[in-house]
Unconditional design. Structure first.
Length: 93
C-alpha cells in the first residue's frame, strides 16, 4: 500500500489492465497471447492520454481526427484478435 492508504502504482496498473481486458473481452485469450495484449494495451492507454492532451491543447481538427481513426482501428484489431482466438479454439477441439 502506498502513502496515506492509497493504492500503489502497480495496483493501479493492474486494475487498469483488468478493466481494459474486460472492456474488450480479452480475458479468455490463450496465455501465449495475453502478454502481447498487455504490452499493446499499455501503449494504447498512453494513446488515450495523448488524445486527451490533444483535445485540451486545441490541436487541429485533422490531427484529432487522425488519432480518432487510429483508436478505432485499434479497437477493430481487438475484435479481430478475439474472433481469431475463438476460431482457433474451435479448431483445436
Amino acid at each position: 500500500m502506498g502513502l496515506f492508504g492509497g493504492k500503489d502504482k502497480e495496483d493501479k496498473k493492474q486494475e487498469e489492465m483488468e478493466k481494459f481486458m474486460r472492456k474488450y473481452r480479452l480475458a479468455n485469450l490463450d496465455d501465449n497471447d495475453l502478454e502481447a495484449v498487455r504490452e499493446i494495451s499499455q501503449e494504447f492507454m498512453g494513446l488515450g492520454l495523448m488524445k486527451a492532451g490533444m483535445a485540451l491543447s486545441l490541436a487541429k481538427a485533422e490531427e484529432q481526427a487522425k488519432v480518432g481513426y487510429l483508436a478505432a482501428l485499434v479497437k477493430q484489431n481487438w475484435i479481430i484478435i478475439r474472433k481469431l482466438d475463438e476460431i482457433s479454439k474451435k479448431l483445436d477441439k
